[in-house]
Design a protein around this ligand. Structure first.
Ligand SMILES: NC(=O)c1ccc[n+]([C@@H]2O[C@H](COP(=O)([O-])OP(=O)(O)OC[C@H]3O[C@@H](n4cnc5c(N)ncnc54)[C@H](OP(=O)(O)O)[C@@H]3O)[C@@H](O)[C@H]2O)c1
Length: 354
């Protein structure tokens, strides 16, 4: 069977990356691409690397144009998806790359985003530990999927194994991330001009204000073993992203205190047993740490783990490509699972180097 697809936000970074992956997917026919201010223009004027899709023209993003496809991807600025998802009730599968359907807590939405709150959909991070199983079990047959925030899924995948195994204390997490500016989208912003970011490392959303914080707390709370208190309030995180001059990529350094009595073997085993069988989330051998260059273009999260007894903390360094594992790859992987297709279809574990 071939599934027909519409991709909205197709002139943007996330939409473009979804299209790049779907263009090589044997079960997908990309029928419709939509945009906003650039509607009416050829897709390749905005995504000149997508040569196999040169026949497509960006249409207006309306419920009528998105309707009638087997799968609809929404890759719109946050706060914009809800108006379409309400109108796409009959669509068999809708996958939102935005934040509108990620949070279960309306108060968290109000505090960090504002505007209309929409119900949470099945979270599109298949390898995440939730209630003692992997999130992929919840994705099988799902019809509404919320792809993750790129920073959020990177930190959640980094720490969920330690929280699920009870070997780290989730009430004192510190995460500092080097992030590429493509994570902020393609629209013109003065603070993202080349003159502002080349040759500089620029912190932003410092001091607990970044919008991915409630998403991380929600995901990590779900990793706390049943029987223990497991609200988002039990997850306390200091989160600081720093924009660095690389187009794509996230290098997240996340640390948390070692739980009382946890041995080195128990700590390492938590991550090994969580990810030992995974294709796209890989724990590196002891003493090895990833670089963002190693995952460029790949649907892979590479994790390095250190046990710092002097500081009594576990340090987890994780590299992802924000546009692949952080967004479009997660969306396509989740789509494959939802449809019962091989999970890795059209997704590469290998990066592009140098
Ligand atoms: N970039 C990432 O690494 C990343 C990672 C995870 C999640 N996401 C999420 O993906 C979504 C898209 O992000 P992005 O980085 O791709 O942003 P982007 O590059 O700025 O692209 C935004 C897209 O949305 C369209 N658009 C803007 N306003 C619209 C409206 N009112 N109605 C319909 N379409 C509208 C734009 O069309 P025109 O160009 O025609 O105006 C463009 O195609 C966001 O919710 C973001 O949080 C992004």
């Amino acid at each position: 069977m071939t599934y027909t697809v519409a991709v909205s936000g197709a002139s943007g970074y996330a939409g473009g990356e979804i299209l790049r992956l779907l263009a090589d997917h044997p079960d997908i026919e990309i029928r419709t691409v939509t945009a906003h201010s650039n509607a009416g223009q050829p897709l390749v004027d905005h995504q000149p690397h997508l040569r196999s899709l040169a026949h497509l023209t960006l249409q207006d993003t309306t419920p009528q144009i998105l309707d009638g496809h087997d799968i609809v991807f929404l890759a719109l600025p946050h706060g914009q998806s809800g108006q379409y998802t309400d109108a796409l009730g009959d669509a068999p599968l809708v996958i939102d790359a935005g934040a509108d359907h990620r949070l279960t807590s309306q108060s968290a939405w109000d505090a960090f985003y504002g505007g209309d709150f929409h119900e949470a959909w099945t979270y599109g991070v298949p390898e995440l530990l939730v209630d003692g199983v992997k999130q992929r079990e919840h994705l099988r047959g799902a019809t509404r999927i919320a792809a993750p925030g790129c920073n959020a899924s990177t930190v959640s995948l980094s720490l969920a194994p330690g929280i699920a195994a009870g070997v780290i204390d989730p009430s004192d997490i510190v995460a500092v991330l080097a992030v590429g500016p493509s994570g902020a989208g393609k629209s013109l912003k003065t603070n993202l001009l080349a003159g502002e970011i080349l040759g500089s490392a620029n912190p932003y959303a410092v001091g607990g204000t970044h919008r991915h914080i409630p998403e991380i707390r929600q995901a990590l709370a779900a990793a706390i073993p049943s029987g223990l208190p497991r609200g988002a309030d039990d997850i306390r995180i200091s989160f600081t992203p720093v924009i660095v001059p690389m187009s794509r990529g996230i290098l997240a350094t996340s640390t948390a205190p070692i739980a009382d009595g946890a041995t080195d073997a128990q700590i390492r085993d938590a991550w090994e047993s969580a990810y030992g069988d995974e294709t796209f989330v890989q724990l590196l051998p002891e003493g090895h740490f990833p670089r963002t260059a190693d995952v460029l273009g790949a649907n892979t999260a590479l994790i390095g783990l250190a046990i710092d007894r002097a500081a009594n903390r576990v340090t987890v360094v994780t590299a992802v490509d924000n546009l692949v594992k952080g967004t479009a790859g997660a969306a396509v992987q989740s789509m494959n699972i939802a449809l019962g297709l091989p999970e890795n279809r059209a997704l590469s574990v290998n990066g592009v180097a140098p």
